[in-house]
Design a protein around this ligand. Sequence first.
Ligand code: ADP
Ligand code: GLC
Length: 477
Amino acid sequence: MMRVLSVASECAPFVKTGGLADVVGALPRALTAERVEMRTLLPGYPAVIAALGSDAAQIAELDDLFGGTARLIAGHAAGLDLIAIDAPHLYARTSGLYSDAHGHDWPDNPERFAALSWAAAHIATLGAGGWHPQVLHGHDWQAGFMVEYLHRMGNEDTRSVLTIHNIAFHGIAGAERLHALRLDPSRFHSAGYEYWGNISALKAGLIGADALTTVSSRYAEELMTPEFGLGLDGVMRSRREDLTGILNGIDSEVWNPATDPAITPYSTARGKAANKAALRAEFGLPEASGPLCIIVSRMTHQKGLDLVLEALPALLDHGGQLALLGSGERGLEHAFTSLAEHQPNVGVRIGYDEALSHRMMAGGDAILVPSRFEPCGLTQLYGLRYGTLPLVALTGGLADTVINASPAALARGVATGLQFAPVTAEALRNALTTLCRLHADPSVWAKMQRNAMAQPVGWDQSARAYAQLYERLIAGP
Ligand code: ADP
Ligand code: GLC
């Protein structure tokens, strides 16, 4: 068995703000079949400590982990082998993982996640309860310093992988924190972790890790362009040889319409009718002839929901409906809430609700994902599995996972959804019109649903790709 420590700031089902948590929670199980023993290192947020319960064993003690003592505790929860950093001075906080109750980032976030990287390097170097990982697999900027700290601890043996889930977050800290963050000042320059005069945790990882991955092939290409690289495209181009795209899968037990306890289960799309009726009732929507579209999303600029506000008449004018579940930017929340107040065919729930998201996947006809950029995206994959056809922007993982209903794809009988480009309200409007036209032809729609539900969206292939990557790294150059 290969020994790999996954290093992440969130993990489903314990703590989640987005798809990163789903991936971190699902990957270890998917990797068991590939001869990988993966343990997961997490900050000891209250929810993580609670999940470990009283059976957790202390495996190490750190005298000074960025301002206080810390214990590493290990145990099992939800089928995962976890190591948590029990450091109350850093993680024993209510409200958000990254921000306070007002949505402001915790001022000590650089130290909170430097501590995550530090603990990872510590485990790699000294072992944890006799277990020595051969590879550190970090996720996003929160794991960015792990290689800096491996060097600092004199560890040249442990290999490292950094996965980019979203390059928009750089993990920036002011240069005055250099010593507080235990960084080597001689690497504070443009070929190191320095970024426009500041410290960037993400850049440290992008430069230092032995291998880089991101969560779709298309996004791997996009990252090397100024439009999507968001200031780090040059760094990405310099690491072209070491960068691969490995597509996310979904947890096919949690997201299985045939066994999902949150819905009226079904194994063919015909079984969606009862769920659709229930969803309409739940959102107070009347009967209608057009498609019932759903959105389950963080409400941020990335997700392009402002375009939906503009393009929506194209759906409503054709008898379509919209049910949205999301939370995020206040302006978007208000815009959708007031739309729903005036428009009987629009229903909106502001908040975060896992069970409702399942009911929506089961009851919707189509799911809209009009993202400006999308490294992978998971909700379109849930949509495919539930026969809820994805209408997506042609970008990142959305481009890689949906087969657009072009005349050619329809003629060949392979289409699974719709894609639109460029990512503008006008293109979305056209796509919504096409969606309504396709929906009005029951045999075409049913064929697309069958295709969608048959498309593989699990982890098998991608787990193999990660395992092969670890294998190459362990084997050495
Ligand atoms: P991102 O990570 O960029 O937010 P993904 O599509 O990869 O996008 O993952 C989003 C995850 O969060 C999915 O599991 C989705 O179902 C879930 N999600 C997003 N918003 C909500 C919400 N308001 N309620 C329930 N689940 C949500
Ligand atoms: C990020 C991306 C999303 C991806 C998820 C998991 O949050 O925005 O596209 O699916 O990470 O990799």
